[in-house]
Write a protein that binds this ligand. Structure first.
Ligand SMILES: *Cc1c(COP(=O)(O)O)cnc(C)c1O
Length: 359
């Protein structure tokens, strides 16, 4: 993203702040180019799988959010065609979509939006700022073998801003979210407010970069120092080793689920995350469970899991399907832990089915 040397970034408190700031920058840029467009016409684009930060940014900024649909058969990834149709519809209505929050590694299922297709559509809509939220999965870009899957080429070629959190899978304690924008001026032009008490000789001479103009707060928390220490102690290779280890541990779980006659994956595993549910194999003479029954069964299973203190998994709903998410990411996780988690889930699945039969 820095091919022309205009890019810059700043550490933020989280991906939500990063997205909010990117959207503020996108809005000011749009308003500078189109001063005639009233604010009431502006629209933020997200998908049904975008983190709630998209809707929250809309709330904070008082702007409408249009939530684009994604399909299970696309693994919940946003397709270029969906974006194209939405842009054309809004154009007819006189609305002005000015930013799209795309995701590399969605929260619910680790989906990756189809950035190469989105790039083609954006060629005809150069005013659309594309913010890439890679809060969780972005650190996988440290490994060359995951760069294609994460669409690094498209990100470098066309994304307007990019964010990844080092405080999730990136070994840094909360908080450390890295935001990068293609053109640093877009940030400072949106956020530069300089009262007399903040003026300095160096600021006036423009010989320093005032980072306070790259985020909301004025004070800075030395987050980069935490990241520096992590990189110094693990090294780039150690950092990659951590990512690769998480993914291979997750694969143990995926393989166990593939063998299970009770549990099944709901969508393709993504990096070190897999989304599964209780979906018992049925015999030839047994009728298949309906979606309602499976959802009820899984809610029951999830309630059982939540009351335990030796495992913590989160739930989600993917296009109407209730599911459970399993993620590996801690440094001390071993194959034995993953195996233990799977066995515990099998046992709880069995007890859930027993309880269900007795109802
Ligand atoms: C975790 C996550 C977020 C939220 O991150 P915060 O730093 O807590 O704001 C946003 N987007 C994605 C894809 C996430 O995984």
């Amino acid at each position: 993203m820095n091919a022309v040397g205009k890019g810059a970034g700043a550490m933020q408190s989280g991906a939500s702040d990063s997205a909010l700031i990117a959207i503020v920058a996108a809005r000011s840029q749009y308003q500078r180019i189109h001063p005639e467009v009233p604010l009431t016409k502006l629209v933020i684009y997200t998908t049904t799988q975008t983190h709630s930060l998209g809707v929250k940014a809309g709330l904070v900024l008082g702007l409408p959010v249009r939530i684009l649909e994604v399909k299970a058969e696309d693994n919940f990834s946003l397709r270029g065609e969906t974006l194209r149709i939405a842009l054309e519809e809004d154009e007819k209505l006189g609305m002005k979509p000015f930013v799209l929050v795309a995701t590399v590694g969605t929260t619910s299922s680790g989906a990756i939006d189809n950035l190469p297709e989105i790039q083609k559509i954006v060629e005809n809509h150069p005013d659309l700022w594309v913010h890439v939220d890679a809060a969780w999965a972005g650190v996988a870009l440290s490994c060359p073998e995951y760069r294609e899957k994460c669409h690094l080429k498209a990100i470098n070629e066309f994304a307007s801003s990019f964010c990844t959190n080092f405080h999730k899978w990136g070994l840094v304690n909360l908080d450390a979210s890295a935001l990068w924008v293609r053109n640093r001026k877009s940030l400072t032009e949106a956020l530069n407010v300089t009262p007399p008490f903040l003026r300095t000789k160096h600021g006036d001479d423009e010989t320093v970069d005032d980072y306070r103009n790259r985020h909301l707060g004025l004070s800075r928390r030395f987050r980069s120092l935490k990241l520096w220490f992590v990189l110094r102690s693990f090294g780039a290779e150690g950092f990659r080793k951590h990512i690769r280890k998480s993914i291979s541990l997750s694969q143990i779980f995926v393989d166990c689920v593939a063998e299970s006659d009770k549990l099944a994956l709901v969508t393709s595993p993504s990096f070190a995350m897999s989304v599964f549910r209780l979906d018992p194999k049925r015999g030839p003479n047994q009728p298949a469970y309906s979606l309602e029954t499976l959802n009820a069964l899984n809610e029951l299973l999830y309630r059982r899991l939540s009351s335990r203190h030796d495992i913590l998994l989160t739930q989600t709903v993917l296009n109407g399907v209730f599911c459970i998410r399993m993620v590996v990411g801690a440094t001390r996780t071993t194959p034995a832990h993953v195996q233990q988690a799977f066995e515990l889930l099998e046992k709880e699945a069995e007890l859930t089915l027993e309880a269900w039969e007795k109802k």
